[in-house]
Ligand binder design. Structure first.
Ligand code: SF4
Length: 228
């Protein structure tokens, strides 16, 4: 039976851009407009995000952490610990910059490690820290290469065959603390500091949310058996 929270809806998908900073400058970057651009400074601290999540997060919800490079976010481990304690299913998209032993502390997490222009030695070093559920993207997907620069597009994980997801609500938080339904959505939902929970989802068939649901299937049954 599908779980619902006290607002009457089921699993929520939170997509959080933790930082606009990145150690790389990839030509095909889908968030290039924001990355390392001083016009778009980071504004959130871990405490801000946790206070926001406490307003409506429920165990079993999916939280995808991205950027920029999310391992540059100060206190990433504090956020990951809170998410584990509250039984979130977490996706971390990273180029592996600060990936290390801490990864083994989070069995509620799937890491998507992207090679970008990194060398094989760098990748082999980072892969040592991955768990079997993690995904390595060794190349640049064709659908990204072919998109226009600055056009935000998202990668669906095609390694799983699921064609539907259970999300009744989506919530995107940008590194400046603004809240929308998804990055491409024009609906303004305030900021993490003044956010009032509401039920909103922009596109039913969004490929990014489907990709996220596919990705969290890789984590394992300890979370899924009770909460789908
Ligand atoms: S590593 Fe990712 S976020 Fe950073 S510039 Fe490259 S594509 Fe963009």
């Amino acid at each position: 039976m599908e779980r619902t929270n006290n607002m009457g809806y089921g699993i929520t998908y939170f997509l959080i851009s933790l930082t606009n900073r990145c150690n790389k400058h990839c030509e095909y970057c889908v968030v290039k407009r924001w990355v390392n651009n001083l016009e778009f400074p980071d504004k959130m601290k871990t405490e801000d995000l946790i206070a926001f999540l406490k307003k409506e997060f429920q165990a079993g919800d999916v939280v995808e952490l991205t950027g920029g490079e999310p391992t540059l976010f100060l206190d990433l481990e504090m956020l990951l610990s809170w998410l584990k304690e509250h039984e979130a299913r977490v996706i971390l998209r990273t180029n592996g910059l600060h990936l290390s032993k801490w990864r083994g502390n989070y069995d509620n997490l799937v890491v998507v490690l992207a090679k970008h222009d990194s060398g094989d030695d760098y990748m082999n070093e980072r892969k040592k820290y991955l768990l079997p559920c993690d995904l390595v993207l060794d190349g640049i997907p064709e659908n990204i290469k072919q998109k226009k620069r600055f056009e935000p597009v998202f990668i669906a994980d095609e390694t799983s065959p699921l064609t539907s997801h259970p999300f009744k609500k989506t919530c995107f938080i940008s590194a400046d603390g603004k809240v929308k339904s998804m990055p491409c959505c024009s609906e303004d939902m305030g900021t993490v500091w003044d956010y009032t929970p509401r039920l909103y989802r922009c596109c039913k068939d969004c490929s990014h949310t489907l990709g996220a649901w596919n990705l969290v299937q890789r984590i394992g049954n300890q979370f899924f058996t009770q909460r789908t």
